[in-house]
Design a protein around this ligand. Structure first.
Ligand code: NDP
Ligand code: 2IT
Length: 443
């Protein structure tokens, strides 16, 4: 049995209740076979065993009081996965589905993603099973303050720097930052995605969505194609989906559908983003409300967004939202490119359908790395006590995404997997971290 298979078998035995983590580890480790076989030094130093074991996992109680005086208790997590190349870095997710296995899958992905950005950031992730939907601002603040009352002792500007993810945006980062400052008496860049008046970076809000489209654009250009005039379906209608739509439209793409966890809207004339921004960013409402204002659009309950024929599909909602049957339907309907704005939105079966059919496929850890890359730019600005213009940050983000594409593409080619950016991204992300771990000795 191969070294990779051995490590995976052991991992499955050890973590039977963490299917998402096993899925992420299986996808990464199996694609590393060629580099592991060519470099016995990794097995000799037990690099894979060390990579799949988080450096530290923190699990804590988060009690808070709702607007009616009732006490609630949630579970908080921070998984500090790997600090070989920099302080732990990765978002916080607030969603009722969050478990330790969810946070471990996200933290594991983050190690390779952060490496790909070329920035000095290690991998981590955190969150809670708290559901922000339907809560008042005061209730969200109460939760965030309680969450930070434990988390603060484990993080710091050079230790571990959390940010947003599903359910965590500017509002939550503000409450978390206020409580950190109050507890530590330190005004420092301990979180990214901060407001512009207290150390946030211009273009961080847009960065994941814009970065996704910069990656897509580069992947298409490299194959003689372009975004202009193409029909695009994007799932989700949160931070990533909104700014992917904005940049795709700027480059002449026609985005015809968006979704949320309740259903999807199809607007054959092209999505009117101002309406979506108002519903989602201001009113925190449902995507179904879109059709009230645009009666030629159609709203459908449920998950069927991938049945809409398109040239380009961009899953930007959540993990495993696109399965093998969805992938087959997209291929049958003529999709030629797929890029993942979300983390692990395609199942392994779906990914294989795309690869087998020679669809240009940008995996999440490469395609959605623009958010965390810009977080690292925010950390740079904080450390230098300075702030850069929107254009400066956006240009750096653009260059980073082009480099990620080029590095993933070159690594794939080097090992005989031309145009397989899953293998390419995993190998390129892994090599830097693994070689650094070798250099730093057994730790
Ligand atoms: P938001 O909370 O802003 O939006 C999430 C969107 O996805 C909403 O439309 C939400 O619908 C939908 N969604 C969430 N969970 C589910 C679910 N279980 N089933 C169906 N739909 C769901 O999050 P982001 O836009 O920030 O994150 C989206 C994805 O992008 C995640 O996978 C995240 O990990 C990834 N990502 C985010 C980055 C960032 O910088 N924000 C960076 C890199 C990756 P509803 O409102 O109904 O719940
Ligand atoms: O999945 C991700 O890369 C994020 N949610 C962003 C993390 C960050 O630290 O900006």
């Amino acid at each position: 049995m191969s070294y990779v298979q051995n490590v995976l078998d052991h991992l499955i035995q050890k973590n039977p209740s963490q299917p998402e983590f096993i899925q992420a580890a299986t996808e990464v480790l199996t694609s590393l076979e060629p580099v592991i076989q060519a470099n016995p030094k990794y097995e000799e130093a037990a690099i894979l065993e060390r990579l799949v074991e988080p450096e530290r996992q923190i699990i804590f109680r988060v009690p808070w009081v709702d607007d009616h005086g009732k006490v609630h208790v949630n579970t908080g997590y921070r998984v500090q996965f790997n600090s070989a190349i920099g302080p732990y870095k990765g978002g916080l997710r607030l969603h009722p589905s969050v478990t330790l296995g969810t946070i471990k899958f996200l933290g594991f992905e983050q190690i390779f993603k952060n490496s790909l950005t070329g920035q000095p950031i290690g991998g981590g992730k955190g969150g809670s099973d708290f559901d922000p939907k339907g809560k008042s601002d005061r209730e969200v603040m109460a939760f965030c303050q309680s969450f930070m009352t434990e988390l603060f002792r484990h993080i710091g500007a050079t230790t571990d720097v959390p940010a947003g993810d599903i359910g965590v945006g500017g509002r939550e980062i503000g409450y978390l930052y206020g409580q950190y400052k109050r507890l530590t008496n330190h005004f420092e860049g301990v979180l990214t995605g901060k407001g512009l008046t207290y150390g946030g970076s211009l273009a961080r809000t847009e960065a994941t969505g814009y970065g996704l489209i910069y990656f897509l654009d580069e992947m298409l250009k490299d194959h003689g194609k372009s975004i202009a005039g193409k029909t695009i379906v994007i799932s989700g209608s949160g931070n990533v989906a909104i700014y992917a739509t904005e940049k795709a439209q700027q480059l002449g793409g026609k985005v015809v559908a968006l979704s949320d966890s309740t259903g999807y809207v199809y607007d054959p004339d092209g999505i009117k983003l101002d309406t979506v921004k108002r519903i989602k960013e201001v009113e925190r409402g449902r995507i179904s409300e879109y059709v009230k204002e645009h009666p030629t659009a159609k709203y459908t309950d449920g998950k069927g967004i991938w049945s809409i024929p398109c040239d380009i599909a961009l899953p930007c909602a959540t993990q495993n939202e696109l399965d093998e049957a969805d992938a087959k339907m997209l291929v049958k309907n003529g999709v030629f490119a797929v890029a993942e704005g979300a983390n692990m939105p395609s199942t392994i079966g779906a990914t294989n359908v795309f690869l087998d059919n020679k669809i240009l496929f940008g995996p999440g850890k490469a395609a959605n790395a623009g958010g965390v890359a810009t977080s690292a730019l925010e950390m740079s600005q904080n450390a230098g006590m300075t702030s850069w213009s929107f254009e400066t940050v956006d240009n750096k983000l653009h260059d980073i995404m082009i480099n990620i594409y080029k590095n993933a593409s070159a690594a794939a080619k080097q090992y005989g997997y031309t145009d397989n950016f899953v293998v390419g991204a995993n190998i390129a992300g892994f090599t830097k971290v693994a070689d650094t771990m070798l250099a730093q000795g057994v730790c």
